[in-house]
Design a protein around this ligand. Structure first.
Ligand code: TGC
Ligand code: FAD
Length: 405
C-alpha cells in the first residue's frame, strides 16, 4: 500500500519550503550568468527569510517591515537603476527575475520592492533634481528609508487623470490638499511621491516627508488579500510642501504613467513566481497524495491540469523574457507591457485556482501556499491597472480607437 503524506492542518507548524524552479523550455539558457546569480540569490533569501514567517504574518494581517532592510541588502530596490546612487546597475531582465523570486515568496513582498524601486526611486531618478537623487536614492536603495506612491484617489482609480488633489503656490512652497486611497506602504513610509494638479490643472509630482504638518497616512484594515502588505490612505490638509520638493522634470499624466510601466513590467515577471509556487506544490502533492490506491497524479484529469499549468507558465516565461530584451533595448512599448501584465497575472490566478483543486481540502489551509497566492493575486489583477483596463490599452493599440473617451 502506498503511503499518504497528508499532515494535520490543525497542528501549528512552519511549512517546509520545498520549492524548486521549473524550466520546461530551457529558458535559463536565455539568461546570463548575472541573471542566474541574482535569481538564485533571491530564491535562497526568500527560502530563509520569507517562507518561514509569511504564513504567520498573512494570518495576522501584519506586514513584516523588518524585511525592508534585507530587501535592500539583496539589491531588490531599484536593481536596474544606476549604481552611482547606491542602486543595482543591472539590466531589466535581472530586475524581472528578482521580482519573480520575491513573488514566489509572496505578492506582498514583491509589492514592497516594486513600489519602492519602480514607483518611488524611479520617478526621483527620472524626474528629480540631482539634489533629490543624492538625498533620497541611496537611503531608499538600502532600505533605510521606506517610500510610497500616491496616485489613486477615492473617486479616481482607473481614471487617475480626474484626480482632485491639488496644489497652489504660496511663497516658497505649495499648499497641498486632497486624499489618496489604496496606497501600499503608506502607514510605514518615510516619504511619499504624490501626484496632484497645479492651479493650471497640470499634474505635478512631489516628495512629501512623514511629519509634515497636515499630512497623515491612516491604515486600511480588513483586507482578505495581500494581508502581509500594509495599505493605507494619504490625507493632505493644507500641507506646506517646499518648492524644492517638486519633481522638476515632468508635467502631466505621462509622469505617473511612466512609473507604472516600470512596475507593471515587474509584475509581469512577479506573477510567474506565484504561478510556479502553486504549480510546484500541486505537482508534488499529485505525486504524494494517494486516492483509490494510486497517486492522484496518475489520474488523467490531474495530468490535464498540471500539463496546462506548465504550458501556461512556459508561455508567460517566454513573454516576460522577450519583453525584458525589448526593455533592455528601450523598445518595450506601454501596450506591450500591458499585454504581459494582463496575461501573466491572469495566468497565475487561473493556476492558483487549479492548484487549489489538486490539493483538495488541504488546499484551503495555510499548510500550503496556494490560498494565500490566490487571494493576493486578486489584488494584483486589480492594481497597476485592472485586467480590463489593460485589455482596453491593447485594444486601443491595435485598432487605433480609444475606448476611454
Ligand atoms: P492619455 O490621455 O492616454 O495619456 C496622457 C499622457 O500620458 C502619456 N501616456 C503614457 N506615458 C507613459 N507611459 C504610459 N503607459 C502612458 N500612457 C499614456 C500619453 O502619451 C499622454 O502624453 P502627453 O505628452 O500627450 O500628455 O491618458 P488617460 O488619462 O486617458 O489614461 C489612460 C489610461 C486609462 C490607460 C490610464 O489612466 C491608466 O493606465 N489607468 C490605470 C490606472 C492605474 O494603473 N493605476 C495604478 C495606480 S498605482 C498602483 O496600483 C500601485 S500598486 C503597487 C504595488 O503594491 O505593487
Ligand atoms: P475602479 O476604477 O472603480 O474600477 C472598478 C471596475 O470598473 C474594474 O473592474 C474596472 O476594470 C472597471 N472599469 C473602470 N473603468 C472602465 C472602463 N473605462 N471600461 C471598462 N471597465 C472599466 N494605487 C496607488 O496609487 N498606489 C498604490 O501603492 C496602490 N496600491 C494598491 C494596493 C492594493 C492592495 C490595491 C487593491 C490597490 C492599490 N492601488 C494603489 C490602487 C489601484 O491601482 C486601483 O485599485 C486600481 O487602479 C483600480 O481602481 P479602483 O479600485 O478605483 O477601481
Amino acid at each position: 500500500m502506498l503511503e499518504n503524506t497528508q499532515t494535520n492542518p490543525v497542528k501549528k507548524s512552519v511549512r517546509e519550503d520545498r520549492f524548486h524552479g521549473h524550466d520546461y523550455y530551457q529558458v535559463d539558457e536565455l539568461l546570463s550568468p548575472e541573471h542566474l546569480m541574482a535569481r538564485d540569490a533571491v530564491r535562497d533569501w526568500v527560502k530563509q527569510e520569507v517562507s518561514p514567517i509569511i504564513e504567520d504574518y498573512a494570518n495576522r494581517h501584519a506586514c513584516p517591515t523588518h524585511l525592508f532592510k534585507g530587501l535592500g541588502d539583496i539589491g531588490a530596490f531599484g536593481p536596474s537603476l544606476p549604481a552611482e546612487y547606491g542602486c543595482g546597475g543591472m539590466d531589466e531582465i535581472a530586475y524581472g527575475v528578482i521580482m519573480q523570486e520575491l513573488e514566489r515568496g509572496d505578492s506582498g513582498i514583491r509589492s514592497m520592492a516594486s513600489v519602492q524601486g519602480s514607483l518611488v526611486m524611479y520617478p526621483i531618478y527620472k524626474f528629480g533634481s540631482e539634489a533629490q537623487r543624492r538625498q533620497y536614492l541611496p537611503k531608499l536603495a538600502s532600505g533605510e528609508m521606506i517610500g510610497c506612491f500616491g496616485l489613486t484617489e477615492p473617486d479616481y482609480g482607473s481614471n487617475p487623470a480626474g484626480m482632485v488633489s491639488n496644489i497652489r503656490e504660496d511663497g516658497d512652497a505649495y499648499i497641498l490638499n486632497g486624499a489618496k486611497m489604496w496606497i501600499t506602504n503608506s502607514p510605514v513610509a518615510d516619504i511619499a511621491v504624490v501626484w496632484a494638479k497645479d492651479e493650471a490643472g497640470i499634474i505635478r509630482g512631489m516628495i512629501l516627508e512623514k511629519g509634515m504638518k497636515g499630512f497623515t497616512a491612516p491604515e486600511i484594515h480588513g483586507k482578505w488579500s495581500l494581508r502581509a502588505s500594509v495599505t493605507g490612505e494619504l490625507v493632505f490638509e493644507d500641507v506646506r510642501v517646499p518648492k524644492e520638493n517638486l519633481l522638476p522634470n515632468v508635467k502631466g499624466m505621462k509622469g505617473p504613467l511612466s512609473c507604472l510601466n516600470k512596475a507593471r513590467y515587474g509584475i509581469a515577471w512577479g506573477a510567474i513566481g506565484a504561478a510556479m509556487d502553486c504549480y510546484d506544490s500541486a505537482l508534488r502533492y499529485s505525486q504524494e497524495r494517494i486516492q483509490f490506491d494510486k497517486p492522484i497524479g496518475q489520474f488523467q484529469l490531474t495530468q490535464k491540469k498540471l500539463a496546462e499549468m506548465i504550458t501556461e507558465i512556459t508561455k508567460a516565461q517566454l513573454l516576460a523574457w522577450r519583453l525584458g530584451t525589448l526593455a533592455n533595448a528601450e523598445k518595450a512599448t506601454p501596450a506591450q507591457i500591458s499585454m504581459a501584465k494582463r496575461n501573466n497575472v491572469n495566468m497565475a490566478l487561473e493556476i492558483a485556482r487549479e492548484a487549489r483543486q489538486i490539493h483538495g481540502g488541504m488546499g484551503i489551509t495555510g499548510e500550503y501556499p496556494i490560498m494565500r497566492h490566490m487571494m493576493n493575486l486578486e489584488s494584483v489583477i486589480t492594481y497597476e491597472g485592472t485586467h480590463d483596463i489593460h485589455l482596453l490599452i491593447t485594444g486601443m493599440d491595435i485598432t487605433g480607437f480609444n475606448a476611454f473617451q
